[in-house]
Design a protein. Structure first.
Length: 134
């Protein structure tokens, strides 16, 4: 009886270790939803201020534009309303700051990286189309 118990124990321990240290199956899209957005970046359509541009600015210019609002506009640039975004697009500060071309302060402020290529492309396309309020 004793040998069979040792045999069972000898098989159980490796099986338990394999079970607890086995494969790790996380869904990349669930862990990093921004990758899903990057993979579906479509700049062939007309860019909409409400649908495409405003969400980028709201998420990147301080929470809901907390860095660029009427109460405390960083650099005098107000991005919480269309008129301010249109003005920053018209004078070139918006695109210059997000592309880090050296002609305006690098934005987002304090970030080690620029906005995503997709976000920059969408903003650029919207500006090239005349920055419509759509």
């Amino acid at each position: 009886m004793k040998p069979s118990f040792q045999w069972l124990l000898a098989l159980s321990i490796p099986a338990l270790l394999l079970h607890t240290t086995g494969c790790y199956f996380d869904n990349v899209q669930e862990l990093h939803p921004e990758l899903l957005l990057e993979n579906s970046c479509d700049t062939t359509v007309v860019m909409s201020y409400q649908t495409d541009i405003k969400p980028i600015l709201s998420g990147s210019c301080g929470a809901n534009n907390s860095c660029h609002n009427t109460g405390g506009a960083g650099g005098g640039v107000v991005l919480e309303q269309y008129a301010g975004v249109k003005a920053a697009a018209a004078n070139g500060k918006l695109l210059s700051s997000i592309t880090w071309d050296g002609n305006a302060s690098f934005m987002p402020k304090g970030s080690p990286t620029q906005l995503s290529d997709c976000s920059i492309a969408k903003i650029n396309k919207w500006i090239q189309a005349g920055s419509p309020d759509n």
